[in-house]
Design a binder for this molecule. Structure first.
Ligand SMILES: CC(C)(COP(=O)(O)OP(=O)(O)OC[C@H]1O[C@@H](n2cnc3c(N)ncnc32)[C@H](O)[C@@H]1OP(=O)(O)O)[C@@H](O)C(=O)NCCC(=O)NCCS
Length: 229
């Protein structure tokens, strides 16, 4: 999807403002509106553009003509962004990914829908990135590494070659993962943690070498019961 598209940004908070800024100044695409669920709608306008109820977007911005981008952070261990991504897809939208012109993305990297790749990320030979992934600035994804869906990597995360990062996992700033390792689904890898062994799902890891805390990652990220399945 490299042609210029008109985009409705789903979200009206800080991530949405950043998405507007980056799409406007570093992509061929044009943001035409913002959208939030009616229950959370706090404004009617942002940057001179309408903020409309999510429940109404498909009647105001035809999915055959407009695209979408869901701009939500790692809230509820990425499950809020995942829910809105699924609902946006269900309405018939194709979701646009943003890749910074200052990111290094090798020619055979595969990237899913609705990703947001900030400046100074390095995605090497044969890296695969799923749908709805946020790579904040300055991460390294080594050759043949596979990133699942709905993952959030903060900043300066090093994931070595031949790794797998499970769906929904959050990687804290300056964390790193040795080569050939599997980081499981729903994990939280704490700031500065060094993963040297495969991890178990739904755990919180800290330290060097990284060890699991007692606490559950869903509790750490206060994931509501309804989003836990
Ligand atoms: C791992 C993390 C999620 C745990 O948060 P939390 O559930 O609030 O945990 P607590 O602060 O209660 O800490 C629990 C224990 O782990 C230790 N700990 C927490 N984070 C740690 C880290 N990154 N490295 C080493 N130890 C850590 C605490 O010192 C505490 O130890 P204690 O029980 O001996 O006192 C959090 O500390 C973290 O690293 N978050 C990532 C921050 C980040 O990268 N933000 C980027 C945003 S884009």
């Amino acid at each position: 999807m490299s042609s210029a598209e008109k985009i409705v940004v789903v979200g009206d908070g800080e991530s949405a403002e950043i998405a507007y800024e980056y799409f406007t100044h570093d992509s061929p695409h044009q943001v035409v509106a913002f959208s939030a669920e009616a229950a959370y709608l706090k404004k009617t306008e942002l940057f001179g553009l309408p903020v409309i109820p999510f429940e109404e977007i498909e009647s105001r911005y035809d999915p055959r003509e407009f695209r979408a981008h869901v701009a939500i952070s790692s809230t509820f261990l990425n499950r809020l962004r995942a829910r809105l991504f699924r609902e946006t897809k269900k309405k018939g939208y194709q979701c646009v990914s943003y890749v910074s012109s200052h990111a290094f993305v090798w020619r055979n990297v595969q990237l899913g829908e609705n990703c947001f790749i900030f400046e100074n990320n390095v995605l090497q030979h044969q890296v695969t990135v799923g749908d709805n992934v946020v790579l904040w600035s300055g991460n390294h994804l080594g050759h043949r590494t596979r990133i699942g869906n709905h993952v959030f990597a903060s900043s300066h995360v090093v994931i070595s070659g031949y790794c797998e990062i499970g769906d929904y996992t959050f990687m804290g700033v300056n964390s790193s993962v040795g080569d050939n390792l599997r980081v499981a689904q729903d994990d939280v890898i704490g700031a500065g943690a060094v993963v040297v062994k495969n991890t178990e799902p739904r755990r919180v890891y800290v330290g060097n070498p990284a060890k699991a805390l007692e606490k559950d990652s869903f509790d750490t990220f206060k994931v509501p019961e309804i989003l836990r399945s």
